[in-house]
Design a protein around this ligand. Structure first.
Ligand code: CP
Length: 316
C-alpha cells in the first residue's frame, strides 16, 4: 500500500482501509518497541531528514526514535541553525538536502500546505508532522490507535474534542480519521474558537461543556494556545478554565469506562486539572509511547508499501 500516493500529508485523503492498514501495522511495531532489543533492520540504507521549522518535543523525538528503531540513517534540521536564517527558501533548502541523496522528509512547518508543497519540489517521500492549522496526521493516528487498543473498535464510540478547534491541526486530523472509521465525533469550545461551518465535517457542535460531556466515551482535550490569549478569542485564561477546563467534577458526566486523551503539550490548571492529567483513565503517556510505533508503521509502509506481520519483515 502506498499511503496517499507515496506521501502522508493528511487523513482526509486516506481511505478507511488505508488507515486500518496503518493501525494494524502499528500493532506489530508496538510489539517491537516493547522488546529488550527495540531495533529492526527494516529501513537499513534509507536516509530520513527531519525538517522542523517549528518547536516540537514529542513529534520530533518520536520520529527520530522511530527512524532509529527501523535502522534508518537520520538527519535533523532545525530552522534556528540553518541557512534559512540567511534567506534560503524552503524549495532551495530541500533540494540542497536531497542532493546529498536522502530518501524521506518529515516536515513540521507553520504554513498550511507546506508538506504538500514539498511533494512538488522534491522526489522524497514526504510525511507531514504538522502544517499550521491544517493537519497532523500521525498525531491523529496515534490517538486513534490508542483508543482502538482499549476498546478494540472505533465504530460508534462517542468522542468529544474540547478546546481551540479553530487553530487545531490535531482536531482536524482526528475528525477526519475518526469519522472515516465510524466514530460519533463532537466538538466543544467557545464559539470564537470553533471553525466556520465545522458541522459540515459531520460533527456535533457544542459550546456548553457540561452538555457536551454527557454520554461521551472518550474526551480529547486540546491545548489552549497561550500565544493566542490576547487575541480576543476568550476573555481570560481563568474564565476559559471555569467554562471549559476538564476537572474531576466534569468527568462524572462521561460514560463508565471513559478515556482521557491530550496530545500535549499540556497547560495544567488551564484546559486540564492536575487530577485529570494524572487520572488512571488518562492515557496521555500511552499516546506518546504509541506515537513511536505509529511513526514506524508510516515510515515502513511508505518504503515497503505492504502490510507487515509479526512473523515476517520485522525480526532482528
Ligand atoms: N503533540 C505534539 O505535536 O507535540 P509537539 O509539538 O511537542 O511535537
Amino acid at each position: 500500500m502506498a499511503i496517499g500516493r507515496g506521501h502522508l500529508l493528511d487523513l482526509e485523503s486516506l481511505s478507511a482501509e488505508e488507515i486500518t492498514t496503518i493501525l494494524d501495522t502499528t500493532r506489530t511495531f508496538r510489539e517491537v518497541i516493547d522488546r529488550d532489543i527495540k531495533k529492526v533492520p527494516t529501513l537499513r540504507g534509507i536516509t530520513v531528514v527531519n525538517l522542523f521549522f517549528e518547536p516540537s518535543t514529542r513529534t520530533r523525538i518520536s520520529f527520530e526514535l522511530a527512524e532509529k528503531r527501523l535502522s534508518a540513517d537520520t538527519v535533523n534540521f532545525s530552522k534556528a541553525t540553518s541557512s534559512v536564517q540567511k534567506g534560503e527558501s524552503l524549495k532551495d533548502t530541500i533540494q540542497n538536502i536531497e542532493a546529498m541523496r536522502t530518501d524521506m522528509v518529515v516536515i513540521r512547518h507553520s504554513s498550511p500546505g507546506a508538506a504538500h508543497y514539498l511533494t512538488q519540489c522534491c522526489n522524497s517521500a514526504v510525511i507531514n508532522a504538522g502544517d499550521g492549522s491544517h493537519a497532523h496526521p500521525t498525531q491523529a493516528l496515534l490517538d486513534i490507535f490508542t483508543i482502538r487498543e482499549k476498546y478494540k473498535r472505533i465504530k460508534d464510540l462517542r468522542v468529544l474534542i474540547v478546546g481551540d478547534i479553530k487553530h487545531s491541526r490535531v482536531a482536524r486530523s482526528n475528525i477526519w480519521g475518526l469519522k472515516k472509521l465510524g466514530a460519533q465525533v463532537a466538538i466543544c469550545g467557545p464559539s470564537t474558537l470553533l471553525p466556520y461551518e465545522v458541522e459540515k465535517m459531520g460533527v456535533e457542535v457544542f459550546t456548553d461543556i457540561d452538555e457536551a460531556l454527557e454520554g461521551v466515551d472518550i474526551v480529547n482535550i486540546l491545548r489552549i494556545q497561550l500565544e493566542r490569549q490576547d487575541a480576543g478569542f476568550f476573555p481570560t485564561l481563568r474564565e476559559y478554565t471555569e467554562l471549559y477546563g476538564i476537572n474531576m467534577e466534569r468527568l462524572k458526566k462521561l460514560n463508565a469506562g471513559f478515556t482521557i486523551l491530550h496530545p500535549g503539550p499540556m497547560n495544567r490548571g488551564v484546559e486540564i486539572s492536575d487530577e485529570v492529567a494524572e487520572h488512571s483513565d488518562a492515557v496521555i503517556l500511552e499516546q506518546v509511547t504509541n506515537g513511536v510505533a505509529v511513526r514506524m508503521s508510516v515510515l515502513y509502509l511508505l518504503m515497503h508499501k505492504e502490510p507487515v506481520s509479526v512473523s515476517e519483515g520485522v525480526e532482528v
